[in-house]
Each structure stands twice: as C-alpha cells, then as structure tokens.
Design a protein around this ligand. Structure first.
Ligand SMILES: [Zn+2]
Length: 470
C-alpha cells in the first residue's frame, strides 16, 4: 500500500526548471521525506533484527532494497537476471576448546587449557605454531617479528593493546597479552568458544577485517612465558569444522544515455548489513544499525528514486547495497570479483556511511568525505554544490574502514561520504531510530542530489592525486 500511494504522487511532482550550472533540474530533484522515513523505519526496525551479516535478516533487507529499486525503474544487475547477488562465506568453527602446548625449561611437555591459563580475544586460525618472542613496550618501540608469537608486556594496558594489534597486523603468527583477572573471570569467559574470522569462499583473507590471533594469558601463565627461552615453539590447536553461509548484495543499474561515456560509470553504494542480535545492553539485544548503515542505504535508495524517475543520466549508474561489510567488507569484495560491468569502467564510487546524525566537528549541514586529499573527486563535487568537506577525524582512518576501500585497493576512485560524529551509540543496540535526526538526513541527501546529478551527466573522470592511490 505504501509504495502504490507513493507512485501516485510522482506524476504530480514532475515539472522542469533550469537550475544552477545550466542543467535541467526536475522537481523530482527533491528529497521525499516520507520515503526516507519509510526506508529507515523498515530497515532499522526490530523486525529486521539488526540485519546481521550473512543471515536471513540480511536477505530480507536485500529483498526490500531490490523491490524498491524495481519500483524506481532501476534495472536488475545481480545474479541471473535478478537484483540479488549471493556470495558463499566460509567460517571455520571450533568444536572444542583450544589448547596451547610447548616444552618447558626442563624438557617436559606443558599443556595449557582455554579458560584456565589463557583466553582468546581474536582468532584467525584454529591451528598455528611459531617461536616465542618477548617484547616490553616500556623499553621502546617494538620491532615487527613476522612468523613469531609475541608476548607483549608494558605498564600501560591501552598501549600494550595497540602495540599488540599493530604487531598482529604486521605478519606476526600470534600475539599474547596479559589479562589480570581472577580465575572465575577466565572460567566464565571460556564458556563460549572463540569465533574464527569469516572469509569469502576461495579466499583466505577478508578485505577490511583484522586477521590476527590475539591471546590473553593469566599473570601466572605470563610469568611462565617470561621464564621460557626465546624461540621456544608454542603450538595453538583446536578441533574445528567448516560452516558455510550466504551473504547478499542488492545491485541495480541505470544504463547511461550517452554511448561515448559507457566506459566511465558511477557507483553509488552503502552496506545493508549490521551486527544483528547480540549481547544485551540495558535489556536490548537488537543492534538496529539505524545510523550504521540504514542511513547510507536510504541515501542510495533516494538517489536511485530521483535518478530512476527523472531524465536518464548520460553515464551508467550502478546502485550497490553490500552485505557483510561488518565482518570484513565481504559483500563488496564479492562485487569487486563479480562486477556487473568491468571494474575498469567504473570512474568513481561514492559510499554512504552514517549520515543519520550531524557531526559537530563540521559546520551545520556539512558532510565529510574520507580520503578528501587523495583525489580530486571531493573538491569537484563541492564546486558543484555539495556541502562536502574533508574528514575531520583523520586519526580514525575512516578511508580504510568501509567498502570504498575494497574498491579503492583495485584502483577505483572510491570514497565515503559521512557525518558520523563519533557518537557513543556506534555499534551499540542504541544506534536505533530514536537517535536519528531525520531533518539532518533529509537535508544531507537533498544537498547531494544536484552534485550527484552533475556527476552522472558530466565527463569528469576523477583521478587519484600523485602518490595518494592506496
Ligand atoms: Zn558502517
């Protein structure tokens, strides 16, 4: 009913006038506030159970998006004539608790048990063995030690953690930190077996996620490691099995009217998944992901509506809503390997992430673009009316934290538009509809309609700046 009523309104709104920069602007170049609200109220509803990556809820979200794209006159560009693209994901799953074994100083074999001497904070492999290294960060910057298992100690636990993840991401087989807690904590935490990272079928790494084996040991266990000779081989082993699941992208295409521009399409993207149902916080276990990223998905749908129901753009426009971003950019990685047009024919990707609330770090109404000074895309959009500025949170490294980076690594000028002001509801059940600023969202999307319409009708091919291509 909702959709039929909306379609009836469209003919009444169509009318033409000449807008800024001499282009024809139609009255459909306006945000449909009820549409924005409708998408958000569906996607971020409790009924969607947080759109967990590679779940049936994610499939429902993708199906809703596909149905909206159909209503806007966007052609399907997914698998076998439909909008959906299905990717197989593989996760190794532990079937029993892991153990660590090594030879003690007297040559006797020692076995440590999960939940007694150690816990697992992050796991990429169910089996790994490597020689021990010890690093005290109070004694200076640790050197990378590829192929070893590094015990990291220091007086500041926060600094120890960040040194550990830096080492873990630099080719180290594993990293161990000390967890000072009583035995009851270890026992309780070990009730759940650790999760292994998830991959696309046929791949061994994810595109965005951390691939790291990070273990926590008790203070007593750490003392034993301190007494071991460096290069003592530690073996981490756990019984495991393989589990398969599917993740879902929704992909649509609007074929460009100008054949001369057929090799420079524009991709508009967001991720449709979030964290699903998880650990309750204040009695709420649904991680709705209203801002992250129902808001970006809604922006892409609104752009699809405006472009699909207005005059046909000169350039081909692809609308892609990716699954499984939250578990390592897996939907976009699959899209990258199975694009509806050759990747080299993609001139630009704009990803939309978390535009549901304003960021007080930028002026009111402004949005920011990750990797602003890496390419000439942001400045060009700004010249054509976008209220777009550079990312005010460079320390967060947002450029590398969304689907855009998956495509940027293959050369596509791919950047993310956002107004995430580092709010504390990020990745919490409270990222829900009650915290969305709909006026901000409507204005944010509205401010992009003109600049995006310019982009999809122009011959402008954005370029990475010298030395700034990822
Ligand atoms: Zn996100």
């Amino acid at each position: 009913m909702k959709r039929a009523a909306r379609l009836l309104l469209i003919p009444l709104l169509i009318g033409c006038s000449f807008g800024a920069h001499g282009q024809v602007q139609t009255e459909t170049d306006r945000v449909c506030a009820p549409c924005v609200r409708a998408h958000m109220e569906f996607l971020a509803s409790d009924a969607m159970r947080g759109r967990g990556s590679a779940t049936h809820d994610e499939l429902l979200a993708a199906t809703y998006i596909a149905s909206e794209l159909r209503a806007y006159g966007i052609e399907p560009a997914g698998d076998s004539g439909g909008y959906l693209q299905r990717a197989t994901l593989v996760r190794r799953k532990l079937t029993g608790p892991p153990q660590i074994t090594f030879k003690g100083p007297n040559g006797a074999s020692v076995t440590w048990n999960y939940g007694k001497e150690f816990l697992v904070s992050h796991l990429a492999q169910e089996n790994f063995s490597a020689p021990l290294r010890k690093v005290d960060i109070d004694k200076g910057e640790p050197e990378a030690a590829p192929g070893t298992i590094v015990l990291v100690v220091g007086s500041d636990p926060k600094k120890v953690r960040s040194a550990a993840s830096a080492l873990g991401n630099a080719g180290t087989a594993g990293v161990i930190v000390v967890r000072t807690a009583d035995p009851a904590y270890f026992e309780e935490a070990a009730r759940q077996l650790p999760d292994l990272t998830i991959h696309l079928e046929g791949e061994t790494r994810s595109a965005l996620g951390v691939e790291l084996n990070l273990l926590e040991v008790s203070a007593e266990a750490a003392n034993i490691l301190q007494e071991l000779a460096e290069d003592t081989t530690l073996h981490f082993e756990a019984p495991s099995t393989t589990e398969e699941s599917y993740t879902w992208n929704a992909i649509g295409m609007l074929r460009g009217s100008d054949p001369a521009l057929r090799h420079s399409a524009v991709l508009l993207s967001a991720h449709l998944d979030h964290l699903g149902v998880g650990k309750p916080v204040n009695g709420d276990d649904i991680y709705n992901g209203a801002d992250d990223d129902a808001s970006g998905t809604t922006a892409v749908l609104e752009l699809a509506r405006v472009l699909g129901t207005g005059p046909r753009p000169k350039r081909t426009v692809i609308f892609a809503l990716f699954g499984s971003e939250e578990v390592g950019g897996l939907g976009s990685m699959y899209f990258r390997e199975h694009p509806p047009i050759p990747l080299r024919d993609l001139a630009a990707d704009l990803e939309f992430e978390m535009i549901g609330r304003p960021d007080s770090a930028v002026r009111p109404g402004a949005l920011w673009l990750t990797g602003w000074d890496r390419s000439n895309l942001g400045p060009a959009l700004a010249v054509h009316g976008a209220k777009l500025v550079g990312d005010p949170h460079p320390k967060e490294n947002f450029f590398e934290r969304s689907d855009n980076f998956v495509l940027a690594k293959q050369g596509v000028v791919a950047q993310t538009i956002s107004s995430y002001g580092l709010h504390s509801d990020y990745h919490e059940p409270s990222d829900d509809l009650t915290h969305i600023d709909f006026q901000h969202m409507d204005k944010a999307i509205g401010s992009l309609l003109g600049p995006v319409r310019w982009l999809v009708n122009s011959r402008f091919v954005p370029q990475w700046k010298e030395g700034r291509k990822p």
